[in-house]
Design a protein around this ligand. Structure first.
Ligand code: ADP
Length: 498
């Protein structure tokens, strides 16, 4: 099917044919090497822009600028002023929301249905962190030392932060790092994913317009093994805030050892979504479907292990398969499209290999399981929403993160059994429970070892509610008060007063 308006990107104001440069110290610079790479629209295969390819030398320049700003004027900026800057930035993001969300769609493929839907939360994030900028404080703490000794704590920004983000939600991933960094008084080097660098660069432009001083926010696109690795090992960086795969997370832990920099890691998942026979199945069918199909399955907390109570298993799995079959797949610029392409050839190959593995392991594809190539789809990386039935816990499609629109449906019989099987994974990011029985809901909410439990919903997110992982889904939390703490050091001050 041809998506109306699929050529519109030529008119996108950010895509002016010029090479997109690095933002370092408030200036737009070529990469030191002079190299560039192409940013590609995964729905059409077209090149959207050439982007300067930052590597170790550019990271050095950005870290120097961030350090200068941190130790210079930015360190003296009062919380009210940081708040005002963040609010101005939020206003500009809101004014440019259509432009930004369309750029995300062009660069990484998610339909405008989704990217526009992210607007409220993205702007909400900035306003939430703006609010928190003036709410940070230490404590006075009574101690038990003999004599008169007064003690209190100061909360201080951790310093220069390297923010390494993935491609699956460039707008909100960028703001999820920039917001808390600026609220707490840190400075940032944002390293976007090579698959989707454009929105982070546009955000850099808006941040400058909002009055973020030179060096406080630097944006350096480049590849993971070069720019990303240089940032992770850099002795001048105080913290890495990383979102991405657990394998890269492990590399970052190793690279960070040189100066034992602070880390927060939001990694992958293989989240259980558990449907009991007593649930409101009319709500659970689309809920469980979109828990995986949203963003073509390219969401770390996607509910990809669908556990269904055995007595409704065949019927429910059939209904989810029908739901997936009826979703409109196509170029995300079409407002009627719900499922866009996978982000890249590499991601497409990875998902395709799991489709083959699922079949070889004996799982039964009830729907999907193949590439879609009708008409214009032939030029992009489209995979049909897929449901595998008869999946066993030990199959690779039940254990490994696929990051594609692939549900592994598994039957279960009782609550204790499903709890232990749900926890039988190295990951612990999201989880879902569909039931009308409040005691089942609470027992699972307590028993599941994951950072989020969604009951009779999935993927709900809010700037005030923490999000993050257990086990190999990482550590640290984003959103909520705890997120700010990830960017702060606590200093104890003692004063002998007698
Ligand atoms: P994916 O496999 O989904 O692309 P990654 O974890 O590889 O996820 O990528 C997430 C981010 O991590 C991207 O910005 C990428 O460039 C970066 N990255 C990849 N490899 C490394 C590395 N060795 N060191 C630091 N960053 C990396």
């Amino acid at each position: 099917m041809t998506a109306p308006g699929s050529r519109q990107h030529a008119q996108h104001p950010f895509l002016d044919g010029k090479t997109k440069r690095l933002l370092i110290d408030g200036k737009w610079l070529e990469a030191a090497s002079g190299k560039t790479f192409d940013s590609i629209n995964p729905a059409t295969g077209e090149v959207l822009a050439q982007v300067a390819e930052g590597d170790a030398e550019d990271i050095d320049r950005a870290v120097e600028a961030a350090r200068r700003a941190f130790e210079g004027p930015w360190g003296k900026v009062k919380p009210f002023e940081r708040q005002a800057i963040l609010l101005r930035f939020a206003d500009l993001v809101e004014q440019h929301a259509d432009e930004i969300t369309e750029l995300d769609t062009l660069d990484m493929g998610a339909p405008v249905q989704r990217t526009r839907g992210m607007k409220r939360r993205a702007i909400g994030l900035l306003r939430y962190y703006a609010g928190m900028a003036t709410a940070l404080h230490g404590e006075t703490i009574e101690n038990s030392l003999p004599g008169e000794v007064f003690s209190y704590t100061l909360k201080e920004p951790v310093g220069v932060v390297g923010a390494i983000i993935p491609w699956n939600a460039p707008l909100s991933s960028s703001l999820w790092k920039i917001g808390p960094a600026l609220a707490t008084g840190c400075t940032v080097i944002l390293k976007p994913a090579e698959e989707a660098p454009l929105t982070p660069l546009l955000l850099g432009q808006l941040a400058l317009e909002a009055g973020v001083p030179p060096g406080v926010l630097n944006v350096v696109p480049g590849f993971g093994e070069t720019a990303g690795a240089a940032l992770a090992r850099h002795m001048g960086v105080d913290k890495i805030a990383f979102t991405g795969s657990h394998v890269t997370g492990q590399k970052i832990v190793q690279a960070s050892a040189g100066n034992l920099k602070r880390l927060s890691l939001e990694l992958g998942g293989k989240s259980p979504d558990i449907v009991f026979a007593d649930a409101d199945l009319d709500a659970a069918v689309p809920g469980a479907g979109m828990a995986t199909f949203l963003n073509s399955g390219q969401i770390c907390s996607a509910g990809t292990r669908l556990f269904v109570e055995r007595r409704i298993y065949d019927e429910f799995v059939g209904r989810v398969a029908d739901f997936g079959r009826n979703l409109r797949v196509g170029n995300g610029l079409d407002p009627d499209v719900t499922i866009g392409p996978l982000v890249s050839r590499e991601q497409f190959d990875r998902v395709s290999s799991y489709l083959a593995i699922g079949r070889q392991e004996g799982a039964r594809p009830v729907t999907g399981g193949e590439r879609l190539t009708d008409g214009d789809l032939a030029n992009g990386y489209f995979v049909a929403p897929t449901v595998f039935a008869d999946v066993r816990d030990d199959m690779r499609i039940a254990q490994e993160e696929i990051f594609g629109p692939v549900i592994s449906a598994i039957p279960f019989t009782d609550i204790d059994e499903v709890l232990s099987r749900a926890n039988n994974t190295m990951f612990g990011l999201g989880s879902g429970v569909w039931t009308r029985d409040v005691s089942k809901a609470h027992r699972l909410a307590k028993g599941i070892r994951a950072g989020s439990v969604w009951i009779n919903c999935y993927q709900a997110m809010d700037p005030a509610v923490p999000f993050g992982g257990y086990k190999m889904s990482g550590y640290g939390r984003e959103s909520g008060i705890q997120h700010l703490e990830e960017y702060l050091n606590v200093k104890a001050v003692w004063i002998k007063t007698d």
